[in-house]
Design a binder for this molecule. Structure first.
Ligand SMILES: CC(C)(COP(=O)(O)OP(=O)(O)OC[C@H]1O[C@@H](n2cnc3c(N)ncnc32)[C@H](O)[C@@H]1OP(=O)(O)O)[C@@H](O)C(=O)NCCC(=O)NCCS
Length: 160
């Protein structure tokens, strides 16, 4: 049996709900990837929409923790009906289970339902294959750039 089951993606509205996203972001971007807390907690959170992926987690002794936050994603609205996808993260213990893909698919559906025409993101360069599998492309002329000390590349999903 999988350690993680019953995956759901939920939008986070209240400050208390949004703490679940921050827990995952700090574990992944600050503790694991060593970005600074200052760059992680940027000024865009208040103008963004946030989601978390939740699972039931079965422990080795068979006990189950319900509704554990294991992933997150955020949307920063841009001009001209563009949505910027960012802060996508899945806890290392829950990777490879299509939770990241489920978060992005929910994000795309939300954008379609809410009048966005295109989605843009800055991918960590080594992660670009993950987004390519979901249809995102690097456009001609776009080059690798530094963001918070690591190489990134812009990717687009246009005319969703
Ligand atoms: C990137 C990340 C969100 C992927 O989440 P995940 O839940 O482990 O990925 P999924 O299980 O949904 O993977 C879906 C598919 O993408 C592939 N994939 C996953 N990570 C990949 C990567 N870095 N490069 C290329 N392909 C990748 C998987 O193999 C799978 O492919 P398949 O359909 O052929 O089996 C996760 O690894 C993560 O949180 N990493 C650390 C934070 C991070 O780097 N965020 C992105 C910043 S741009």
């Amino acid at each position: 049996m999988s350690k993680f089951s019953n995956v759901s993606v939920e939008q986070l509205i209240t400050p208390t709900e949004r703490k679940d996203a921050l827990k995952v972001r700090i574990a992944v971007f600050v503790d694991e990837q060593k970005y600074s807390m200052e760059s992680e907690l940027d000024s865009y959170d208040d103008v963004s929409e946030h989601w978390a992926a939740y699972c039931d987690e079965t422990n080795e002794d068979g006990s189950i923790r319900k509704h554990v936050p294991v992933g997150t994603i955020r949307l920063i609205p841009q001009p001209q009906h563009v949505a910027k996808l960012g802060r996508l993260a899945v806890l290392s213990s829950a990777r490879g289970l299509y939770i990241g893909q489920k978060l992005v698919k929910s994000f795309i559906q939300h954008c379609k339902d809410n009048g966005f025409h295109s989605i843009v993101l800055h991918s960590q360069y080594p992660r670009r294959g993950f987004y390519a599998k979901l249809g995102f492309v690097i456009e001609e002329g776009d080059e690798i750039f530094d963001e918070d000390g690591t190489p990134h590349i812009r990717m687009w999903l246009r005319n969703i």
